[in-house]
Design a protein around this ligand. Sequence first.
Ligand SMILES: [Zn+2]
Ligand SMILES: [Zn+2]
Length: 113
Amino acid sequence: MSDVFSPGERCPARIELSDLQVFWLRRRPFAALQVRRHHDCQLEFRHDGAHGDLGQRSDKVEWWVRWTLTSSAVEQGTACAAVDDDTEESAGEVVCLLFEGHPGRHSFDLDQV
Ligand SMILES: [Zn+2]
Ligand SMILES: [Zn+2]
């Protein structure tokens, strides 16, 4: 019943990566994404722990930018395996875009702003 108390908003935190972090993300093997310098937290508003946004991805691994008020780091992880049961079959499968073990709700339960 947590829906009653939470509007499902996304965390407003942002971060600007250092040159070194951008460089490192660009050099990941089999990198599939354009590396961005600015990242917005993808987790639920008022989540526990560090903020997080996807920094880079290959076909097997994801690298997540995690940050707090005082520090930032890039961590290797895997995608959350959750699938939204509520979507109609014709709409295709909607999967969670966050990392495995993330705090808060799955991305498909948050507002898509
Ligand atoms: Zn956050
Ligand atoms: Zn999830």
